[in-house]
Design a protein around this ligand. Structure first.
Ligand SMILES: Cc1ncc(COP(=O)(O)O)c(C=O)c1O
Length: 379
């Protein structure tokens, strides 16, 4: 997947890096404390305070965080976990990695998030959890999800890779599910290069995920804070720790999250207006009663691949949206009850437009003018 690419006149994304970030990274470098440490802890606190959750536990990525979350709920062999058919592969891969079986449910064509009305028919005695995805920063409808959760006693682990800053009915993403996992890959506007953060209000999950990512060291709570033993191992664990060095980037970016989000929402609104008269371009809809964080601005368009090629050749880095998993060899044998027509359609026709902090109105106009010209070529 493409990341900030200097060869494009208008790149898909641009990470927010200022002088303060550079000097913070330098400070950490000079301290010699390069592994997980106090800056990691500060970054964890900044995220958990922001979303309102009791705990924030950092990871090397969203993927390792999701895998650890599944393990902490005891999900494994013989269990089924419901995932959307249209998402990044990590959402389904982690289910398989822990030995459970992903069950695909189609997505809503308007929002690209899971189709809540199709979840129940996919639930069996083996179903333990749902991993819904707030795709592109579009928050999930928790009034619908929680109804299903209660009725079937399921765990909700949100793949919130894209949606730091979004909210549903005034509650921040990261404080709505049993556990939520953010990504800090550079496609996200708070980025540590690679990185992830699990947020939860569940003490057991917090302690066991912290232990698992830290070689299985013994963990306990003291005044609501996770403490870790230096030499006592109570579990089998691995090393998924986020370093001080990586955390220093995200920590400084978090000071600006309000401003960065506001700017992204303005840019998205401007795209909405500019795209109004392009009748061949459908804009993905925002979940009712929610605030979008616009990690990506997604549109649905025919002849997408030709359009992407043509626009990229002209210096504008558009890209496919997400992945129609069932049509890929790795996932083609996994279970699904409903047909996944919308996932297929989005897999063929969803595209994301350049969107980054610091993008100008003129750059947005260039993107839309080029899109207008190119769609005419292929209509
Ligand atoms: C929906 C979704 N889930 C998971 C991931 C994986 O995140 P990471 O690269 O932090 O492991 C991504 C990555 O972009 C994503 O978009």
């Amino acid at each position: 997947m493409g990341v900030y690419n200097l060869s494009f006149k208008i790149p898909l994304i641009k990470p927010y890096i200022d002088e303060e970030i550079i000097s913070k990274v330098k400070e950490v470098l000079l301290s010699g404390y390069l592994t997980q440490g106090p800056v990691t802890k500060e970054f964890e606190k900044s995220i958990s305070n922001y979303v309102g959750s009791k705990f924030g536990i950092s990871f090397t990525s969203n993927t390792t965080g999701m895998e650890t979350a599944l393990r902490s709920f005891g999900i494994g062999k013989g269990d089924e976990v419901i995932v959307p058919g249209y998402t990044y592969p990590a959402t389904a891969s982690v289910v398989s990695i822990v030995g459970a079986e992903p069950v695909f449910v189609d997505v809503d064509i308007n929002t690209a998030n899971i189709d809540y009305s199709l979840i129940e028919e996919s639930i069996t005695d083996k179903t333990k959890a749902i991993i819904p995805v707030s795709l592109f920063g579009n928050a999930l409808d928790y009034s619908k999800l929680n109804r299903i959760k209660k009725k079937y006693n399921l765990i909700i682990i949100e793949d919130s890779a894209c949606s730091l800053g979004s909210s549903y009915e005034g509650i921040m993403t990261g404080n709505l599910a049993d556990a939520s996992i953010f990504s800090f890959h550079p496609r996200k506007f708070i980025t540590t290069g690679e990185g992830g953060m699990l947020t939860t209000n569940n003490e057991d999950v917090a302690l066991s995920t912290y232990s698992y990512k830290y070689f299985g060291l013994k963990t306990w709570l003291e005044d609501g804070d996770i403490k870790v033993s230096g030499n006592e191992f109570s579990n089998i664990g691995t090393n998924y720790k986020l370093t001080n060095l990586q955390a220093s980037i995200g920590l400084v970016q978090m000071k600006h999250i309000g401003k960065l989000l506001e700017e992204r929402r303005k840019l998205a609104k401007n795209y909405d207006n500019l795209l109004k008269d392009l009748k061949d371009v459908l804009i993905l809809k925002t979940t009712p009663n929610s605030e979008h964080s616009y990690q990506s601005y997604g549109v649905v368009i025919q002849n997408r691949d030709k359009i992407i090629n043509e626009m990229r050749n002209n210096g504008i880095e558009v890209q496919i949206g997400s992945i129609d998993l069932l049509r890929h060899k790795a996932f083609s044998n996994f279970k699904h009850v409903s047909n996944l027509e919308n996932s297929k359609l989005l897999g063929q026709s969803c595209m994301v437009l350049p969107l980054y902090n610091g993008m100008t109105k003129e750059q947005q106009e260039s993107v839309v003018n080029e899109l207008r010209r190119v769609t005419k070529l292929y209509s």
